[in-house]
Design a protein around this ligand. Sequence first.
Ligand code: NCD
Ligand code: ZN
Ligand code: ZN
Length: 438
Amino acid sequence: MTAYLLQGVSLLGAAPADLLIRDGVIAAVKATTLEELRRSLTGDELVEIDATGLVALPGLVDLHTHLREPGREDAETVHTGSRAAALGGYTAVCAMANTAPVADTAGVVEQVFRLGREAGLVDVQPIGAVTVGLAGERLAELGAMAESAATVRIFSDDGHCVHDPRLMRRALEYVKAFDGVIAQHAEEPRLTEGAQMHEGEVSARLGLGGWPAVAEEAIIARDVLLAEHVGARLHVCHVSTAGSVEIIRRAKERGVRVTAEVTPHHLLLTHELASSYDPVYKVNPPLRTDADVAALRQGLIEGVIDVVATDHAPHAAQDKECEWAYARPGMLGLETALPIVLGVLRDECGSDSWELIADRMSIAPARIAGLAEHGRPLTAGSPANLTLIDPAARITVDPHALASLSANTPYAGMTLPGRIVATFLRGVPTVLDGKVCK
Ligand SMILES: NC(=O)N[C@@H](CC(=O)O)C(=O)O
Ligand SMILES: [Zn+2]
Ligand SMILES: [Zn+2]
């Protein structure tokens, strides 16, 4: 197996060091050169990489990815989504269950898991549906999915809210047995009938149906009470409002076992963008106000929000390049997440916050998903799952140059800080020089 010596790399922003990757693990880290180790290897099995100026982070972990396979292979496949993930610095992604057929059986989650292994670019960890067919009526076979080869630990009806409180309570109770977690798409359906965007002055001006903040907050408030009552783990998907941050903050103060994620787009974009009527800005939950963006940023920095998750939601051209009202909600995220977060935190903190980024984009999501091989410290003995970033470089987003099969990025033409140079999965490069290795 080829060994890799990353010379002069900065681990999470620290002083330059040399890092040796060998047999799938980080074999050594030294502040000086690794002459001895180099001599112990024969020349042709060692690849030396000049990593001067590059920052190494543990491989990113996405808690919320839509890979669209099975069912919508015209929008994304496990393979194309895995390429996008590796290029974005990810070594693991959790694949949402709203496929066709829905991932509500051991058979489907095992199929997705196997496709991920075959692609071999990131660890694809399937999420199982909470209810049969995402219909919100009967619990899916949670136990069988947990015991399957895919060892599912996260369950979600994402795209739909588990709105029946009795069903939600039973799901929370059920997954306690194997330390599972219910990831809720918090949307009270009765409050979002006909909704097209955030309910506020822009929706009033445009005459588009509104998705009020309280539709999200009412479900989160209920669910933290249910999770507290049952003593189970709740994860809140794509938190989008200042009020949600406050509910989660207070629940955590009381000791409720709740975790939460925010997407890159909710950290950057606002509802004003809907004025263009360009459906690329249509997403669930919708883009909100400046005040919400500010609260989400603060919540992320303070740790009330544990994780940045992409909610990578590829859609085929015919489902997105149409009238706003008919367009599917969702945006691409995997290849732009790190640059967006780097830029947002530079704005907020005035410097590069690598420790914070490593925690919110790798360590915390790996812990929530129970992925023991990911989100580990970059020290000798850890699995070599890591990514190298050039923080001085900039990228300009070209929707059609992305690895994703779909092109629905809201960042087209934008110049963003930070370029992912390389990604390693268990010691094997999946990306080198910004290009996928297979
Ligand atoms: N985020 C979205 O707007 N869409 C997601 C579903 C979801 O995350 O709710 C999708 O599957 O397209
Ligand atoms: Zn959702
Ligand atoms: Zn989603």
